[in-house]
Structures are given as structure tokens and as C-alpha cells.
Ligand binder design. Structure first.
Ligand code: SAH
Length: 232
């Protein structure tokens, strides 16, 4: 006999259009991880666990909640998107986040990638250029109980000089070229992952060795929203 969870724990959460049972969200996440993420080769168990646990549907507009676990990006307003689940998982694995890491994210958007990073690291600093998105993400993440995320509305090209250097830096909007200021804010032994290019991009991994030398390689082609150019 199953004693836990008691029946009451399966209480329905009501959406605008329909009711989705809390356990159904869990089932959707489980199959998202199995079919979209593990099947494509992501193996890091901490990343897979985070993707299984974080309620992605709470990061998308109400009307799109039922599509939150589909194999695609979704609009989050103001012409921006939440990335496809596989891309979030793959980039996070590529970043190689460790427990004690101080992480910088450029392009907060919905805050979903931020939440994934916060589950795996010590502290996440995240910058979003659109004020309303930044504010909404900050409220959402605080209400969800995250205490190791610092949000800021501003231009990511400059990075976060007061908090630099960082162990890990991730960009979720694409600059035409790698922003030098961000590479500079990378610790020795640190890593940066970013989509770099114009219409479509290459996912670029930048490593700063213990000697301070920077090396760079490309992983695979991607399509991200462009990083809004720096104001002159
Ligand atoms: N990681 C996000 C994806 C958001 S899409 C998520 O999980 O939802 C990329 C975001 O980068 C957009 O919200 C966009 O407004 C933001 N962005 C674009 N140019 C930027 C810049 N120069 N500085 C900071 N954020 C920027």
C-alpha cells in the first residue's frame, strides 16, 4: 500500500484554461528529461536532477503553461524567449558549474536558466537589460525561495565589475563577437559559455587557464535572440 504522498498532496493546481494535477507536472518533467535531454547525450546527474525538479511552467506566461515542457523555446513577452529545455541543460553541463562557484549570467529573461544555475552553484549574479523582465524574474525567484540569486537591470556587455572575477559566466543572448569585458571578468581556471554570431551562432566555450591564458573552442550551431548592442 502506498502511504505517501497522501491523497491530499495530489491536490489539483488550477490553470486558467484547465486544471493540471501537481503530479502531472512532475510526469511532464520526467519525460522531458528522459526524451529530450538524456536521449541527446546530457549525462551530468546534478544538471538532470535540477531540470527534473524546477517547475519550468512557472517561468512562462500563464497561457503557455501547458506547453512549458515541449521541445522548443517559448515566448516570454517583449520579443524574448525562454530557451528550449535541451539547450538549457546542454549549456549548463558545458559550463561545468561546481558547488562553490560564483556565476555570472547575462540575459535573465524568465529566470529559468538562473534557477538551474542557482541549484548547482553558490551564488548567481544575473543581468537583464529589459527592466520589466528583470523585475518579474526577481519577484518570481524570490517567491520560489531562492536566496543565492542577485538580479540587476542593466547592460550585460559591461559585466558586473564590483563582483568580478567569476568562476563561470554564461550568456543567453548572442553578441556578434565575444565581449572583451566579460572575458576579463573570468577567474583563472574559469569558464565562459556563449552563443556568438549574427543571424545564427556558434556555442563558444572560453577557458582561462591557471596561467591566465585564454583558449576558445566552438561546440555546435545555435539560434539565440541577439544581445542588445552596447550604448555608445
Ligand atoms: N535565460 C533566459 C533566456 C532569455 S532570452 C531564460 O531562461 O528565460 C535572452 C535575454 O537576454 C532576453 O531577456 C534579453 O532581453 C536579454 N538581453 C539582451 N541583450 C542584453 C544585454 N545587452 N544585457 C543584458 N541582457 C540582455
Amino acid at each position: 500500500m502506498r502511504l505517501w504522498p497522501p491523497k491530499a498532496a495530489a491536490a489539483a493546481i488550477c490553470m486558467t484554461a484547465s486544471c493540471v494535477n501537481a503530479q502531472d507536472w512532475v510526469a511532464l518533467r520526467t519525460s522531458m528529461v528522459r526524451n529530450q535531454i538524456e536521449r541527446r547525450g546530457v549525462r551530468n546527474t546534478a544538471v538532470l536532477d535540477a531540470m527534473r525538479e524546477i517547475p519550468r511552467h512557472e517561468f512562462v506566461p500563464e497561457a503557455l503553461r501547458r506547453s512549458a515542457y515541449e521541445d522548443r523555446p517559448l515566448p516570454i513577452g517583449q520579443g524574448q524567449t525562454i530557451s528550449q529545455p535541451y539547450i538549457v541543460a546542454s549549456m549548463t553541463e558545458m559550463l561545468g558549474v561546481r558547488r562553490g562557484d560564483k556565476v555570472l549570467e547575462i540575459g535573465t529573461g524568465s529566470g529559468y536558466q538562473t534557477a538551474v544555475l542557482a541549484r548547482l552553484s553558490a551564488r548567481v549574479y544575473t543581468i537583464e537589460i529589459l527592466e520589466t523582465l528583470s523585475r518579474d524574474a526577481a519577484v518570481r525567484l524570490r517567491n520560489m525561495g531562492y536566496t543565492n540569486i542577485v538580479t540587476r537591470a542593466g547592460d550585460g556587455y559591461e559585466g558586473w565589475a564590483d563582483e568580478a572575477p567569476f568562476d563561470r559566466i554564461i550568456l543567453t543572448a548572442a553578441p556578434p563577437e565575444l565581449p572583451a569585458a566579460l572575458v576579463k571578468q573570468l577567474k583563472r581556471g574559469g569558464r565562459l559559455v556563449a552563443p556568438v554570431g549574427r543571424e545564427w551562432q556558434e556555442l563558444v566555450v572560453v577557458d582561462r587557464g591557471m596561467d591566465g591564458e585564454v583558449s576558445q573552442r566552438s561546440e555546435y550551431p545555435v539560434m539565440f535572440v541577439p544581445m542588445v548592442p552596447k550604448k555608445k
